[in-house]
Design a protein around this ligand. Sequence first.
Ligand SMILES: [Zn+2]
Length: 234
Amino acid sequence: MSYCVNCGVELGESEKRCPLCGVEVINPAKPYSEKAERPFPASAESVTHRGVRMITAQVLSLLLAIPILSVLIADLLKDGRLSWSLLPVAAMGFVFLAVIFPCLLKKPPVWLFILLGTVETAAFLFVVWVLVGGDWLWLFALPLTALVGAAAIGCYLILRSKRASVSLKIIVVLLILMVFVIVLQMLIELHLSGRIRLSWSIYAALSCGMVSLAVLIVSRLIRKNENVRKKLFF
Ligand SMILES: [Zn+2]
């Protein structure tokens, strides 16, 4: 019987390398023999995560289909047409999309989740608007949803970027925030008074701009300082 010189695990004669740490097995007393019985199966049984996810998705779909169908049938039987049931059905459809998509995709990127969430929210708002009416959808709720989704995706992408430096990340996030507050107030003003008059968003945007400028200056100074030090010492 051999033991791994690195991790001490017991080794069979069929092992050319330690199955645990990968270190080569050299034991002159017990040389490697391909024919020796393997202590472990050649291929490990892997749990099929995709299979588990698919089953979860199917079970969840079935669970959600029951209340959706019940609500639709109850509404149809009562009035002979669909009316109030569309709202709970849209809400359940929203939950369905938010829960089922993660189960179906293998490794969905986060930005795709944010995008899907934005589209789902917009679709849900549209259904609510169709049912209750009003002038809040096209010039307020939908642009606001798109604004939040775009800002979230922008922030996520820049924060995840491997090439961008920390200072660049901070600056870009602050710039996104600047645009966000200004567009937000524009939408609110347009919805409430029918015209665009900026007030608080200007102050918020200005402070974001000043902080990003400060970050830019400080990062430049640090880089300059580093370059000088490199020239002096190398
Ligand atoms: Zn080992």
